[in-house]
Write a protein that binds this ligand. Structure first.
Ligand code: SF4
Length: 197
């Protein structure tokens, strides 16, 4: 039986490893769609895209479509939500996944999924609802899977392949939030050591 084409929105190379493998095991053949105007600064955006493209070409043998990256739309529709993470991320998912749905329709691909379902740091339920709503509105079929149990394997394989791995989601707000979390973890670690001394 021929594989079923699926448009897989990808946030980065490491997060694409397991979804491509698992979707192929299910009988899909993914075409990766890059649409991530959320990633700041531009040098970081380009680095993640290059990492994804080299892995897709040399290792996974999967096509990558570089779709729209409307950074002005991100500033207009997402940035005003600032540190209200839930609202901000929902708007961010909607912007990126609506571009993926546009590409799917343009290419005549009926099924759509996203690698955002790998990372335990994403708002899983919110993202699934956004994908479902957009697919319904566009006459497409959402393929929403819980890839999170495969995150440790994605981490292991991407390290083994020497892929670039970022330490924040993408936007400037997430970079600040991740830095605060790292500081808090370091402080907690120091406090625990002091107590033991
Ligand atoms: S944390 Fe990630 S998903 Fe949320 S707004 Fe920032 S880049 Fe988008």
């Amino acid at each position: 039986m021929d594989a079923v084409p699926i448009l897989l929105h990808a946030c980065c190379g490491p997060c694409s490893i397991e979804p491509v493998k698992l979707l192929r095991e299910e009988g899909f053949e993914p075409v990766i769609c890059w649409s991530n105007p959320n990633i700041q600064p531009v040098a970081e955006h380009d680095h993640r895209l290059r990492t994804l493209e080299s892995w897709a070409r040399d290792v996974a043998h999967v096509e990558v479509v570089v779709a729209g990256d409307d950074r002005d739309a991100w500033e207009r529709l997402v940035a005003p939500h600032g540190f209200d993470r839930e609202t901000r991320c929902r708007a961010c998912y909607a912007l990126r996944l609506s571009e993926a749905c546009r590409v799917a329709r343009e290419r005549g691909i009926d099924h759509v999924s996203t690698t955002l379902a790998v990372s335990p740091y994403q708002l899983f339920d919110a993202c699934g609802r956004v994908l479902g709503g957009l697919c319904r509105a566009n006459g497409l079929v959402p393929v929403w899977r819980d890839f999170r149990p495969f995150y440790p394997e994605a981490t292991r394989v991407s390290r083994e392949l020497g892929m670039y791995r970022q330490n924040y989601c993408g936007c400037r707000f997430s970079a600040a939030e991740a830095a605060v979390e790292r500081h808090a973890a370091r402080d907690a670690c120091k406090a625990a050591k002091r107590e033991l001394a």
